[in-house]
Ligand binder design. Structure first.
Ligand code: NDP
Length: 249
């Protein structure tokens, strides 16, 4: 059995850094053509573009803020122009903030909901006309959302809602041949760890490692694997599922 992602057309949001970058590169190395987006220009965007070139295939790295409906619509227009159709979508772009609930401003609530939840609604809705039979949607949730996390009520509300969105769409779109699933990561070591003081990064690694059965944090490749499985025909009878990828928290 093979993944069979060669020449599949995929849209993956938030590919410039972290988990999204891992998914984009893994998909490109598996032979898929990828369109991905980012919010702000950075060295990460340039290095992703260079790495994608080395994989061959048709890849497009475009600036589009998925917190804005108009920018999502423009991104999907671009996907249509470049690819004509899509075989899969990964709603990965996400933002987080840590604020006591009693002080959480309405505009911050909206910003977090817009990027972590509303973006998925709009991306999927606009992608539907581009889907062929057997299309797959993967929504990136969060393992912590199910348990609840202090100071992140807005973020966990959005991530928990991704599961309801996924289950309803799995039922509604299943008869049209579209599968919809969630991958819920535990604590994954991204570039964010490189950007913090070494002592703090070590402290976080130690704290979170103790909470997992595998006694360590996850890597971006370890999220990319289950995402590629859900995008591929290997999972063609899997829909409405949430796969926790958390080292056994
Ligand atoms: P990072 O902050 O490392 O990367 C986020 C990526 O998304 C970047 O490429 C960023 O682009 C892009 N992005 C953010 N907001 C937007 C936007 N409005 N429009 C377009 N692109 C955007 O995040 P992670 O890799 O850690 O997280 C990825 C996903 O995984 C998120 O949905 C997150 O909630 C989820 N997750 C992560 C966990 C972890 O431990 N890392 C645990 C559980 C869930 P830019 O470079 O331009 O900012």
């Amino acid at each position: 059995m093979e993944l069979g992602l060669q020449n599949k057309k995929l849209l993956i949001t938030g590919g410039s850094r972290g988990i999204g970058r891992g998914i984009v590169l893994a998909a490109a190395r598996a032979g898929a053509d990828v369109i991905t987006c980012y919010r702000q220009e950075s060295e990460a965007v340039e290095s992703l573009t260079r790495e994608l070139k080395e994989t061959g295939g048709q890849h497009h790295v475009v600036r589009a803020d998925v917190g804005e409906i108009e920018e999502i619509d423009r991104l999907l227009e671009e996907a249509k122009e470049r690819f004509g159709s899509l075989d899969g979508v990964v709603n990965n772009a996400g933002v987080i903030s840590h604020i006591p609930f009693e002080k959480l401003p309405a505009d911050e609530w909206s910003r977090i909901l817009d990027t972590n939840l509303t973006a998925a609604y709009r991306v999927i809705q606009q992608a539907l006309p581009l889907f062929g039979d057997g299309a797959s949607v993967v929504n990136i949730g969060s393992r912590g959302a199910a348990a609840g996390i202090p100071l992140r009520a807005h973020y966990t509300a959005a991530k928990s809602a991704m599961i309801g969105l996924t289950r309803s769409l799995a039922k509604e779109l299943g008869p049209k041949g579209v599968r919809v699933n969630v991958v819920a990561p535990g604590v994954i070591e991204t570039e964010a760890f490189d950007d913090m003081p070494a002592e703090r990064a070590e402290g976080l690694r130690a704290t979170y490692s103790q909470k997992t059965s595998l006694a360590r944090l996850g890597t971006t490749d370890e999220i990319a694997g289950p995402v590629l499985f859900l995008l591929s025909d290997l999972s063609r009878y899997v829909t409405g599922a949430t796969i926790n990828v958390d080292g056994g928290i």
